[in-house]
Write a protein that binds this ligand. Sequence first.
Ligand SMILES: Cc1cc2nc3c(=O)[nH]c(=O)nc-3n(C[C@H](O)[C@H](O)[C@H](O)COP(=O)(O)O)c2cc1C
Length: 334
Amino acid sequence: MSKINDLMVRGTDLLGSDYAILCGAMSWVSERHLVSAISNAGGFGVIACGAMTPELLDTEIAATKALATRNFGVNLITMHPQLFDLIDVCAKHDVGHVVLAGGLPPKGSLEAIKASGAKVICFAPTLAMGKKLVRSGVDALVIEGMEAGGHIGPVSTSVLAQEILPTLANEVPVFVAGGIGRGEAIAAYLEMGASGVQLGTRFVCATESIAHPNFKKAFLRASAREAIASVQIDPRLPVIPVRALKNAGTEAFTAKQREVANKLDGGEIDMMEAQLEIEHYWAGALRRAVIDGDVENGSLMAGQSVGMVSEEENVAAIVASLVQQAEAALHARG
Ligand SMILES: Cc1cc2nc3c(=O)[nH]c(=O)nc-3n(C[C@H](O)[C@H](O)[C@H](O)COP(=O)(O)O)c2cc1C
């Protein structure tokens, strides 16, 4: 067995894949084509449910199943108003792995997923939260640092890995995400105790990805320093930062926050509605860039590893080069 397979064995056993390399769910990008391509190449694809209705998710899972010869998962956002209906849709299709994103799982959701026989994977933003999730029965954790694309926490991947892996990697498989662009980094996190990794940005420009050619072009041109985190402008309106390539849409988000803060001031909406309005804004802006190709005004969510995305390649080639780089790094260390 190769060294990388050896170090990933708990991850691959859990996922049922050749490599414990997940392609993290990316709204609008992680649909049937990319997800099935990742899983068929030996990695693990995850459908991004995002704001989809149960009916749309039902269609997407069925279409992915038709293309995939291997396991794939579904990512559900905890604050989705129809979370339990979405869980039922996953159960109907015997989806083996559900990833819960966007905060602590609501009461009963872990139990509902496990009752269907599926494994549950959750994000651990801190060690304390990770311990709590393990106690509540999650099957695996993802720790994602602020280098990542999309919604991010405040702590870097390297620090989260040092804080969480020594304690929790023996309890459940832990997948490290955020800022991984090459196999050498995969090797390093595996050596620190991770059972696998999750990448997003690196797969956006895959041939199989349906992202608009303009979106891919923006990724191919960008360097790490252009993938910047959004800034919160009003202390009363906590906004989860989003990492994206800087464009006119970045400025528009500042204006959007002002508009929502004013509505909050005027008593037109409450805090919950304010935050939902911000989240809907992002979903719409991402669609505008990924699907319509409006890379000026849409959101170009991207992680800092975008600087390592230099050509459009098929998924199998990307997975093969990550594995080869990781394997070479592990062998070089003896
Ligand atoms: C365009 C884009 C959209 C994303 N959308 C989601 C999402 O809908 N749900 C989610 O849990 N994570 C989302 N993410 C995060 C990815 O699943 C993954 O964890 C992250 O990209 C890993 O970091 P990396 O970009 O540095 O590889 C998104 C990331 C990107 C780049």
